[in-house]
Design a protein around this ligand. Sequence first.
Ligand code: PGA
Length: 236
Amino acid sequence: MLYHIVQASNDLDFGLKAKAAFYAAICPIKDLPRVILPTGNTPAPFYAALRNDPTNKPFHYLQLDEYHGLSADDPILFSNWLARDVLDPLNITNRMIFNSADDPASEIPRIHQWYRENSRVDLAVISIGENGHVGFNEPWTRFDSLAHMEEMTDQTWDTNCKYTGREVPRKVITLGMAELKLADQTILLVRGEKKAKILADALTGEITPKVPASYLQLQRNVIVIADAAALSRMPS
Ligand code: PGA
């Protein structure tokens, strides 16, 4: 595996280091870079750093995951959250987003079709769940899975309810492991002691769908941006 760990000393430093890795990855790309971005608590300092930087290189945003069954204007939709936090402030207008309210019987094939026609992904920025999920690919999702509907585990659902401050749908739409694997480069963002064990498992343990993030060991060009607490269980 070709991975490189960058340790951040605090949240501000984390954001700046993630931003530097982000622009280093996309600036050399001649076409409009295609970039998968995550939501959640982890990337918050990164997005703050992006908002505060006038560099503002355009890119094509590719949605990673979304709650299913909410109306398009619901503020907790990840697409709306990311629009408020990053895409609108940066003036990113090219967006491949999921339609939460649409019938999955047509929405999932639409996503597959998009990736069949646009198979290049330049960068995937992801975070990791405490059980090793990436996007909403929960443990035991096959590494060759395409975008699909998933039912959150109780733990993931609980975290999401706390995060949004209300009861969220159990069903979600997520890019599959296969679309994540298309990425030429991957930036994994990890903060906090709660993620230390799973980070060590993912990067140094068995490569197995039981720990979806262990797919990173099969990827080329992986940069891990992490704080000291998240790195505390990595073998020395
Ligand atoms: P978090 O979520 O960044 O809010 O910890 C990550 C995840 O569960 O995928």
